[in-house]
Ligand binder design. Sequence first.
Ligand SMILES: [Zn+2]
Length: 181
Amino acid sequence: MSDDIIEAEYEVMENIEKEKKSERESDLIIIAPHPDDEIIGAYEYLTEKNAFPIIIYSADLDAKRKESTLKLKEHVECKVQLFQMTVPQPFLTPENKFLFPDPIYELHPNHRAWGFMGEQMARNGFDVTFYSTNMNAPYIHEVEKPDEKRELLEKVYPDQKSLWEWDHKYFLFEGYCKWIF
Ligand SMILES: [Zn+2]
């Protein structure tokens, strides 16, 4: 399973590199340290029509969790889901839009570490927007269709249900913030 994923990722990145050289199209790239962060933190972008996002999860997840993330594709049209320790070189183009967890308001150390990477990229001129998963950031708003967000969470990540079952903030809210330097 893991070898298959690595091989598939390699192929995808090679193709994206070729594609980039020829036409410079732009991609939406969502960084999700853990499977479920992409839905909790970036539902509105993830489900936007014709978004076809590329989703990058942390590479150090166990095989079972990696496998369950691939179920997302049955419900959301995404270009590819990858497991990486950093943003792969071919994606680092000024045309791409990146969504990272917030490096300041997030509490989980992995979120902050990825968020810090996003901050560095933003300071280097890349198009970076930050999102929240703990909903403690000052830029949070109510999700328009919280029932649909909850339903997607439950379809893709039923094992994680205890997280949002009693604490509804995970599907009621969402928020985005762009830093201007
Ligand atoms: Zn997480």
